[in-house]
Design a protein. Structure first.
Length: 369
């Protein structure tokens, strides 16, 4: 099948990669234009001193725009860090889970499992209070059913599991000290930050290029951090120095700041949610109307960011992926633990790409079903 050629600028293909993400074209254009001479400074944005006024201004504006977008209360601090969410698995345990003490973990996929293992290595006692392993991580529990254990320092959750395509699709409503890994759904819809003691996220799914991680932490949690931690693994180092204790990931912060402005321009997180819902529905409608494709996640927990589905057998999947690539529908192969296909459609992924994939899926089923 030869699909109609994409109308995307610069002859861009549709990239369904689970990360790094597709970025908005206008953000890429502005970043490109700043490479040689940023804001009349005479230097590239990648060459600016992080101690200089030009970089300081964009750095602090990124903080302000993220706080505005997410409605982050004043008693929460924001840090820009490196190391990805994977480092946060260990860092949050070092800061909030003293050796030998316990915390509750909800495991709904691969990243939740990694968070548990990191806490064990640090010397904490992660208590898995819910594990969806028996159904191959195809769902999440209702958060209203989750109660924090009496001996627990916090409850940890991974809001959206990229590999399994499972999202809680809700926020905690009851008591509890909640820590939330939002790496793959942050900025995709409104979020009540006050429900959480901490939110963290790698930037490379919804807010920028790889290299930046964001941590949002409530002051009462910061007050619990023990003394004696290595400076670069102590959240207070970042909060007390506006994330410039050492050289920050300047380029990634700059591009994330442009993405924050882009989301604000679109109308904020409410508008982003409507766009993402339409995109996801376009693909899920094909799966739901088919006897050929089968979605992995249960209906109530289907991610709007990572759509996972399988075909009748591995040979058919291989043929599907080959034809999709020939039609410039890229990075659709699913993770080996789930198999099949995965279409990651983060914030900046265009609706047209979802429509083209849906058309391709229908045609492929007609020819092979």
């Amino acid at each position: 099948m030869a699909l109609q050629r994409s109308t995307q600028p610069y002859d861009r293909a549709f990239n369904f990669s689970a990360g790094p993400c597709t970025l908005p074209v206008e953000v890429l254009e502005e970043a490109r234009d700043s490479l040689m001479n940023y804001n009349g400074s005479g230097a590239s944005v990648m060459e600016l001193s992080h101690r200089g006024k030009d970089y300081d201004a964009l750095h602090m504006q990124a903080f302000a725009d993220l706080r505005e977008l997410m409605g982050i209360p004043e008693d929460y601090k924001i840090a820009f860090l490196q190391g990805g969410a994977s480092l946060q698995f260990t860092m949050l345990a070092m800061n909030f889970l003293p050796v030998g003490t316990a915390a509750d973990y909800i495991v709904t996929g691969a990243w939740g499992k990694k968070a548990v293992e990191a806490a064990k290595i640090h010397g904490g006692v992660p208590q898995v209070i819910y594990d969806a392993k028996a159904s191959n991580y195809d769902h999440a529990p209702k958060l209203s059913d989750i109660k924090q254990s009496a001996n627990s320092a916090f409850i940890h959750m991974s809001h959206n599991e990229t590999i399994q395509g499972v999202d809680f699709m809700e926020e905690p409503s009851g008591e509890g000290i909640w820590i939330n890994d939002m790496s793959s759904n942050i900025l995709s819809r409104p979020c009540n930050v006050s429900r959480y003691a901490m939110i963290y996220a790698g930037a490379q799914k919804n807010m920028g290029p790889a290299g930046l991680t964001v941590a949002i932490v409530r002051q009462d949690m910061i007050d619990k951090i023990p003394d004696g931690l290595p400076p670069m693994l102590d959240y207070r180092t970042y909060f007390e120095n506006d994330s410039m204790y050492n050289t920050p990931p300047c380029w990634s912060i700059y591009v994330a700041g442009l993405v924050y402005k882009w989301v604000k321009k679109l109308g904020g997180l409410e508008a982003m949610d409507k766009i993402n819902s339409e995109k996801a529905k376009t693909i899920y409608d094909v799966i739901d109307g088919s006897g050929f494709y089968k979605g992995h996640a249960q209906l109530a927990n289907r991610s709007k960011m990572n759509i996972t589905f399988t075909l009748p057998d591995e040979d058919m999947t291989a043929a599907f992926l080959k034809e999709a690539k020939e039609n410039r529908l890229l990075e659709l192969k699913g993770h080996r633990s789930v198999g099949g296909c995965r279409a990651s459609i983060y914030n900046a992924f265009p609706l047209e790409g979802c429509q083209v994939l849906a058309s391709f899926m229908k045609d492929f089923e007609q020819r092979n079903g």
